[in-house]
Design a protein around this ligand. Structure first.
Ligand SMILES: NC(=O)c1ccc[n+]([C@@H]2O[C@H](COP(=O)([O-])OP(=O)(O)OC[C@H]3O[C@@H](n4cnc5c(N)ncnc54)[C@H](O)[C@@H]3O)[C@@H](O)[C@H]2O)c1
Length: 374
């Protein structure tokens, strides 16, 4: 099937971004929300993106008019999906609300229509169960800001058909995204592999092994990360990081338990840059940084990187994603300087095995050696 018309449900941050990249790349788009004022603010965001495109010389006036001409907004869900070939849902992250909305979409959309969700953390299979077409149900997980981020995770449910996967990947390619495939599982690829970076760093800090600044400096200067784990956590939002880690904790168990320091900051409303306080203080009145503990930088980089490589290997062991897609996803979705498998190759598989075995012996089952290394 050749997708021509896309309905985007939810005109918030993600929905307006998805609508923008769709209309920009030639699709007819209907954007839907529960109130006209929400649709209007989504359309305003899209117009702003268009103006930025024009200002930067990426888009001509004629192209901008074409893009806006391909967009419609409405507050009637059934009308929004009735002639869509693909529906992409981007409403609140709430299972019950999403299931109710998908039940209605399923009843109103033509039988050929593919239904996609942009959920970050909910099960694709459970969402699909609210429809009578689980074979035509798929996850299309975009990253924020949608216009700038190249990555699109295609999340495949138990019953998703290969035709549905091919259609979602073709739409992603036409939207100018690099697609990677993941089987439905908590955190998909990027969030699952990113969480150990933050969790391990916080645990090392809590154990008094290194200060936050010391860990951030090690990962930036030593591992060439664009930002250290604490600075990145503050930038993303500690509530967002806590929710992502809590999903993994709920689904995968204690090895993903959010550390106390993170929980306390979130409970106190210290959410990072947006509240001017998180791991760091951005008010200009914070305490002076703690003196460095003086731990070896290479040791720190290895100590934080090994659990990340381990997590990537477990995804392959469990058939969730392949090595190439994992490396691509971490570079494009999390700004890693190189993918975990490229990193393992560079360090040497023997050393990776030795280091993870050491962690396993010292710290227990959360650091068990992945099958592919045994
Ligand atoms: N924000 C991110 O960085 C990010 C990244 C990837 C995925 N996601 C996922 O994308 C989804 C949307 O996130 P967001 O950040 O755009 O949220 P948002 O709060 O900015 O927007 C959600 C929009 O959905 C609308 N909505 C709620 N119920 C609706 C309904 N029944 N019908 C139509 N519209 C409805 C709301 O009015 C709101 O405008 C979530 O599932 C989130 O997990 C978010």
């Amino acid at each position: 099937m050749d997708v021509k018309r896309i309905a985007v449900i939810g005109s918030g941050l993600m929905g307006s971004g998805i609508a923008y990249v769709s209309a920009w790349n030639g699709y007819d788009v209907t954007i839907n929300d529960i109130k006209q004022e929400y649709v209007d603010s989504g359309m305003d965001r899209i117009r702003n993106d268009v103006m930025t495109g024009i200002d930067k010389g990426k888009m001509s006036m004629t192209e901008a008019e074409g893009l806006i001409g391909r967009m419609k907004g409405n507050v009637d869900l059934e009308a929004a999906v009735k002639d869509a070939d693909l529906v992409i849902e981007a409403i609140f992250e709430n299972m019950d609300v999403k299931k109710e909305v998908f039940g209605r979409i399923d009843a109103a959309a033509p039988s050929h229509t593919i239904l996609a969700t942009n959920t970050s953390s909910l099960s694709i299979d459970e969402l699909a169960s609210s429809t009578k077409r689980p074979d035509k149900f798929i996850g299309m997980h975009y990253f924020s800001p949608v216009a700038a981020m190249k990555l699109l995770e295609i999340v495949v449910g138990d019953k998703t058909s290969s035709e549905t996967i091919a259609i979602a990947e073709a739409v992603g390619a036409k939207q100018n995204k690099t697609t990677v495939r993941a089987k439905n599982s908590p955190g998909f690829i990027v969030n699952r592999i990113l969480m150990p970076v933050l969790r391990e760093s916080i645990l090392l800090y809590e154990q008094g092994v290194a200060t936050m600044e010391e860990l951030d400096t090690a990962m930036v200067a030593g591992a060439k990360f664009a930002a250290g784990p604490f600075a990145l956590g503050d930038f993303v939002g500690l509530d967002v990081a806590f929710n992502a880690m809590s999903t993994l904790y709920r689904e995968l168990g204690d090895c993903f338990k959010p550390p106390e320091t993170l929980k306390k900051l979130v409970d106190a409303g210290h959410l990072g840059n947006k509240t001017k306080k998180g791991f760091y203080d951005y008010s200009g009145k914070g305490p002076a940084p703690e003196p460095y503990k003086g731990v070896d930088r290479d040791w720190l980089v290895t100590r934080v990187s090994m659990p990340v490589i381990r997590e990537a290997m477990i995804l392959v062991d469990d058939g969730i994603a392949n090595k190439e897609d994992i490396d691509k996803a971490m570079i494009l979705g999390a700004s890693f300087p190189e993918g975990p498998f490229a990193m393992a190759q560079r360090v040497g598989m023997d050393k990776v095995k030795t280091e993870i075995t050491k962690l396993h012996e010292e710290l227990g089952e959360c650091y068990s050696v992945p099958k592919m290394l045994q």
